[in-house]
Design a protein around this ligand. Structure first.
Ligand code: GLU
Length: 497
């Protein structure tokens, strides 16, 4: 049974890279009829941010990435919040010490700082590892009665992993293939602290094991931790899960990882939902009017594609086609124009009834109430040009309010000597129309043009200017039908005034 987890730390808003990690875990789980867990990794109390956990859960819900077990849901391995699992980790740290895989280190922060600075002064870097550990204050060096005395006296300590000497590790990553490293290049990472809190590395491995995780799918920034993690599995005598490290998400232009600042600077969201931090609200995709399906589709293609040029995928298609082995190694460039394109596509797919409801809510906030059947017609006429529901207002505000001014340039070009007469005569014909329906109205006006031996260009633009105020918008007969006889005739007289 495939079991995967999304294991974010609640340190702020969930970055779009984290959302993609959650999505790929979800797709992989569903594809293999497995289970998807949400674990909150909050062992680092210094980086804990109030509200972040709730934000993560709300975002997953908005996107429809439902999890089978986890925080807020429970499950057979509860609790799923690491801070609530605190009492569990000490025994594992002690087990590693007892088996010679880890040791107590009593060096104080100040002592280590001095060593760091001294090394720096010589142009070197101090690393706690195979080369230095024998000269430092730890249980590998100190006599055991002294170690016991330190512990009994409540001296501060950390438990460090004793990285094996000079071993060439050959590891496998489902995306990157074979990864080889010599353990001498790695340091003795801290696993546990005397305040009883494990570090990320220990808690992550213990929990993945206890929660029966079969595949660890996470961002590339964790690739350097893979050797330590595999060695921890070896040290505990546990079977390791398979690893897959997802490629970075790159800035739209230039080099480097997409950051929160890129979004602010270039004006696009990098978070799923709105997030308020230090009194400042950063807009998320949902707040900017993106549909969750569009974001899912866009993220699915950041670093993966099924090997053809299909671009629009429903969640079910993604589940059916997703394959970790087809995920790319190279970073995936974030293109804010592309997600707009997806949103446009998804908007076209939506029914006019659904769009009418969404647009109706927006109008209500402006104090405008319109019959649903009318709104359905309006969104139908506008949707081809809309990317967001918000666009309906900009594209079609003339449906709700008569123009208060007329585009000067267009007037200069279109408003001729004969225009007033034309507008007046058309108004008179329309006033007598029995059935105010677009195609019928089109017949009346075209007949008038033919009878008077006029050109379309002498009539249509001025009618449009009267109804819309500028030379924009859908078919003018459709506009007439929607706004009705009285309003149409009023607008025609108004331009005469
Ligand atoms: N808590 C880590 C993070 O915030 C999880 C990394 C992992 O999936 O192992 O990204």
């Amino acid at each position: 049974m495939v079991r995967v987890r999304f294991a974010p730390s609640p340190t702020g808003a969930l970055h779009i890279g984290g959302v993609r990690t959650a999505l790929f875990n979800y797709l992989f789980a569903k594809k293999h009829k497995g289970e998807f867990l949400l674990r909150i990794e909050d062992t680092d109390q210094n980086r804990y941010v109030e509200g972040a956990e709730e934000y993560i859960i709300n975002s997953l819900n908005w996107l429809g990435l439902t999890y089978d077990e986890g925080v807020g849901k429970g499950g057979k391995h509860a609790p799923y919040r690491q801070s609530e699992r605190k009492p569990l980790y000490r025994q594992y740290a002690e087990q590693l010490i007892a088996n010679g895989w880890a040791y107590y280190a009593f060096d104080t922060a100040e002592e280590l700082d001095i060593l760091r600075k001294t090394a720096e002064a010589k142009g070197e870097t101090f690393i706690y590892n195979w080369a230095t550990r024998a000269t430092l204050k730890n249980s590998l060096v100190l006599p055991s009665d002294e170690v016991q005395r330190y512990l009994a006296a409540g001296n501060e300590y950390v438990v460090r992993f004793k990285m094996p000497d000079n071993e060439v590790l050959k590891m496998n990553d489902m995306i990157r293939g074979e990864v080889v490293i010599n353990t001498n290049t790695l340091d003795d990472k801290v696993l546990f602290k005397s305040d009883g809190m494990p570090t990320y590395h220990l808690a992550n491995i213990v929990d993945d094991h206890l929660m029966e995780i079969t595949h660890v799918i996470r961002g590339e920034e964790w690739l350097p931790s893979m050797p330590l993690h595999l060695l921890l599995y070896r040290a505990f005598g546990w079977e390791a899960p398979q690893f897959a490290h997802l490629p970075l998400i790159l800035k739209p232009v230039g080099n480097g990882k997409l950051s929160k600042r890129d979004g602010i600077k270039l004006g696009f969201p990098v978070f799923p939902m709105d997030w308020t931090e230090n009194g400042e609200t950063l807009k998320g995709f949902s707040g900017e009017g993106y549909f969750p399906e569009a974001l899912i589709n866009f993220l699915a293609l950041l670093g993966w594609n099924p090997g053809n040029d299909q671009e629009i995928f429903s969640m079910n298609e993604l589940i059916a086609l997703f394959d970790l082995e087809k995920v790319h190694k190279a970073g995936a460039r974030f293109d804010p124009e592309k997600i707009k394109w997806f949103n446009h596509q998804y908007l076209q797919q939506k029914g006019n009834d659904e769009l009418a409801v969404l647009f109706g809510e927006l109008l209500k906030n402006k104090g405008i109430e319109v019959a649903t059947s009318t709104l359905q017609k309006i969104v139908g006429l506008l949707k081809e040009r809309a990317t967001f529901v918000n666009d309906f207002w900009e594209l079609g505000k003339f449906f709700f309010e008569a123009p208060t001014q007329y585009d000067e340039k267009a007037m200069k070009k279109q408003w001729k000597e004969q225009s007033p007469l034309i507008v007046e005569e058309v108004a008179a014909l329309l006033r007598n129309a029995t059935d105010f329906e677009a195609r019928g109205l089109e017949g009346i006006v075209k007949q008038y043009i033919a009878d008077k031996e006029l050109g379309l260009g002498q009539v249509m633009p001025v009618l449009r200017l009267a109804l819309v105020g500028e030379l924009k918008g859908p078919d003018i007969f459709d506009i007439m039908e929607v706004i009705g006889k009285e309003e149409t005739v009023n607008r025609l007289f108004r331009i005469l005034e």
